[in-house]
Design a protein around this ligand. Sequence first.
Ligand code: NI
Length: 149
Amino acid sequence: MVLLTRKIEFSASHRYDNPNLSPEENRRVFGKCNNPHGHGHNYTLEVTVEGDPSPITGMVLDLKDLKELLDREIMQRMDHRNLNVEVPELAGKIPTCENIALVIWNLLEPKIPAGKLHRVRLYESADLFADCYRAAASNGHAPSRKAGK
Ligand code: NI
C-alpha cells in the first residue's frame, strides 16, 4: 500500500459567528475572527489517497482524474468564495479549519476514482492545520459508509 498526496491552494474568506451566542459572547469566544466583515486566508489542502500501484500504469490513481475532482469539488466550490454564505455544505456551521476539512472529506471520499481517501489535511496558515481521517470523519460528524468501522 502506498500513500499518494496531491496539494492544491485556494483563497477564501470567512467569519466566526454563532447566532446562538450574544454579540458579546461571540466577540469573547471568537475575538478578531468575529469582526463583522470577515477576513481571508490562503488555504493549502493536501489530499492523500491510499492504494496499490497498478501493475499496468504504476499509479495508485490517474492524476488527471484526481485533479479534475479537486477542481470540480473544491476549487469551483470554495476558491475566492465567502465560506459563510457561498458554500451550502458549510451552512449553519462555523467555518473553522476543522469544519472545512470535514466538509472536504465528505465531498471527496465517495468520489475518489481509485484507491481510497486516507487523509485530508487543510492548512489555514503555515502554522495551523486540521487533519481528517476516516475514523474522525465518521465519529458523529459524518455518516459512516463502511459497516464495522
Ligand atoms: Ni480566519
